[in-house]
Design a protein around this ligand. Structure first.
Ligand code: 5GP
Ligand code: ZN
Length: 114
């Protein structure tokens, strides 16, 4: 999508600290990290919110989740733990409308979230 920030990051038009990329996904450090590890995993293809995932996106969603686990493992957080979050629409505080999976690790995270 022409005017989407994360599409531009995926296309290399806006710089980001990329930690993984492949044919379908890009993962990069959040510009305003909320934990020592705070990575966003996005599909290269524009999908606005979690509501817009189709049946045909099941494999893509699985790749995002498994990539989150893999990146957290690389940082040594496999055992101590980490959090994965999809914010969807206003009540969850979604601000960028290109679906993204937050991966947060390296500190104790409280529950329930704010
Ligand atoms: P949301 O609130 O939509 O779930 O999360 C959007 C995230 O994108 C926020 O954590 C925010 O800090 C991050 N973000 C916003 N703009 C940029 C940017 O230009 N670069 C990077 N790397 N992260 C961004
Ligand atoms: Zn987009």
């Amino acid at each position: 999508m022409a005017d989407c920030l994360f599409c531009k990051i995926a296309a290399g038009q806006i710089p980001a600290a990329i930690v993984h990329q492949d044919e379908r996904l890009v993962a990069f450090k959040d510009v305003n990290p909320q934990a020592p590890m705070h990575v966003l995993i996005i599909p290269r293809r524009h999908i606005s919110t979690l509501n817009d995932l189709a049946d045909s996106d099941d494999a893509l969603a699985g790749e995002m989740i498994r990539r989150a686990a893999s990146l957290a493992r690389e940082q040594g957080y496999e055992g101590r733990g980490y959090r994965t979050v999809f914010n969807c629409n206003a009540d969850a505080g979604q601000t960028v409308f290109h679906v993204h999976l937050h991966v947060l690790g390296g500190r104790k995270l409280t529950w329930p979230p704010g």
